[in-house]
Design a protein around this ligand. Structure first.
Ligand SMILES: Nc1ncnc2c1ncn2[C@@H]1O[C@H](COP(=O)(O)OP(=O)(O)OP(=O)(O)O)[C@@H](O)[C@H]1O
Length: 229
């Protein structure tokens, strides 16, 4: 689903690669944690998948497409295949829960009929039934993140990229959120999640890819956060 072939990324005006000769294969339906110290390259890896940045060397393939060679006009289509969830939720503050999620479908030109059906189903799946009319500031952090996940998933993208999705949440809420991501993963969605959250990684025992200074230093199935290093 996602393949990195000898990928390096050097940002302009930087003398150190953010990623250095990365090769990585994420199969359809996998759940992968990307761990590593601050600055190790986790967000850069996700940004290359979204073509928010371009590789300096090597190839990134997403669902068989060479993202580096993708013309700019085809980038929106690539991004429709990829839901994104961030630490800071990024909800529209003046729109209700329902409207935030519906908006993701409206911009894709989905019919009102389809939106009326799919949005409540998705809100129920993430555990927000009864809260459709609330504004983001009337929700807890965990609930706001559920809205963001509903918005990312409502279009049923094959890939979900999550960048520190539990970074602003307490440990119990964080675990609830990752369990929700695990349920979404079981519907067949490939999930790549960058995280610093050792408890969560240790509890879920998924594949763990560890970055250190832009290098993959560990890639382990059913891994833990520290890996005994
Ligand atoms: N736009 C940019 N321009 C120049 N350098 C950048 C840019 N974005 C990131 N970097 C550098 O690239 C390296 C990797 O950063 P990246 O944000 O990918 O790390 P990270 O592992 O996601 O860190 P964090 O956990 O703090 O989010 C760092 O040295 C960072 O300073």
């Amino acid at each position: 689903m996602i393949r990195f072939e000898n990928v390096s990324k050097v940002y302009p005006r930087s003398n150190r690669p953010a990623l250095s000769d990365i090769s990585l294969d994420v199969e359809r339906g996998e759940f992968v944690f990307v761990v590593g110290a601050s600055g190790s390259g986790k967000s850069t890896l996700l940004r290359l998948v979204l073509k928010e940045e371009n590789v300096t060397q090597g190839t990134v393939l997403v669902a068989g497409q060479d993202v580096g060679r993708l013309p700019q006009r085809k980038v929106p289509r690539l991004r429709r295949e990829i839901g994104t969830v961030f630490q800071d939720f990024r909800l529209l503050p003046n729109k209700t829960v329902h409207q935030n999620v519906a908006f993701a479908l409206q911009v894709l030109g989905r019919s009102r009929h389809a939106i009326r059906q799919v949005v409540p189903e998705t809100l129920e799946m993430v555990g927000l039934e009864g809260k459709e009319k609330r504004l983001p500031h009337e929700l807890s952090g965990g609930e706001q993140q559920r809205v963001a996940i509903a918005r990312a998933f409502v279009n049923k993208p094959p890939i979900l990229l999550c960048d520190e999705p539990t970074g602003n949440l307490d440990p119990t809420t964080s675990l609830d959120i990752v369990r929700l991501l695990d349920r979404i993963n079981r519907t067949g969605t490939t999930i790549v999640m960058a995280t610093h959250d050792d408890d969560i990684v240790d509890q879920l025992r998924k594949r763990v890819v560890e970055l250190d200074n832009g290098h993959v230093v560990r890639d382990e199935n059913k891994g833990v956060y520290g890996g005994g290093r």
